[in-house]
Design a protein around this ligand. Structure first.
Ligand code: HEM
Length: 130
């Protein structure tokens, strides 16, 4: 039986599997490998901090994730196709590993943050909001 996300270790697990799937993805992989040369050992703990703050109510993430993506959007315009792939891989990864209220919250938060990013970058017409 699947369990829910309850600890930082649970977040580390889904985040590392998520990015292992993002890297070879034909729509978004190149953004992480060619546009931004991700230093994974540096980035993963920051991203885990973000999700620990969002999901476990432990405010360890002090940065501005929106700003990071606006800067990225200047280098490579982030479009619906990119957000759709990101969301699909995220939901598939969570669903394979976890089940429960926090797992559901993770998917909901990811969707609302992705929608907000898209809206701020591209306006209504390119989002899934309407
Ligand atoms: C089109 C979809 C997305 C792409 C291509 C993308 C790509 C990236 C890249 C390349 C970075 C590293 C940027 C850098 O350090 O220069 C990054 C950082 C990050 N991303 Fe995304 N991202 C996407 C959507 C999202 C969404 C929807 C979330 C959250 C729900 C998210 C959460 C994060 C976080 C927390 C960081 C670390 C920010 C920091 O350095 O403080 N990303 N993303």
């Amino acid at each position: 039986m699947k369990t829910d996300i309850t600890s930082r270790a649970d977040i580390e697990k889904f985040i590392s599997i998520f990015y292992e799937r993002v890297k070879p993805d034909p729509n978004i992989g190149f953004i992480f490998t060619d546009v931004v040369h991700m230093d994974w050992p540096h980035h993963i703990p920051i991203i885990v901090d973000f999700w620990e703050t969002v999901l476990l109510d432990n405010p360890v993430y002090k940065r501005n994730a929106m700003e990071v993506h606006y800067d990225l959007h200047k280098k490579i315009p982030l479009k619906k196709i990119h957000f759709d792939s990101w969301m699909r891989i995220f939901v598939e990864t969570i669903d394979e590993l976890y089940e429960g209220p926090i797992a559901t919250l993770a998917k909901k938060r990811a969707k609302s943050i992705a929608d907000l990013m898209q809206f701020k970058m591209n306006g209504m017409k390119n989002t899934n909001i309407l």
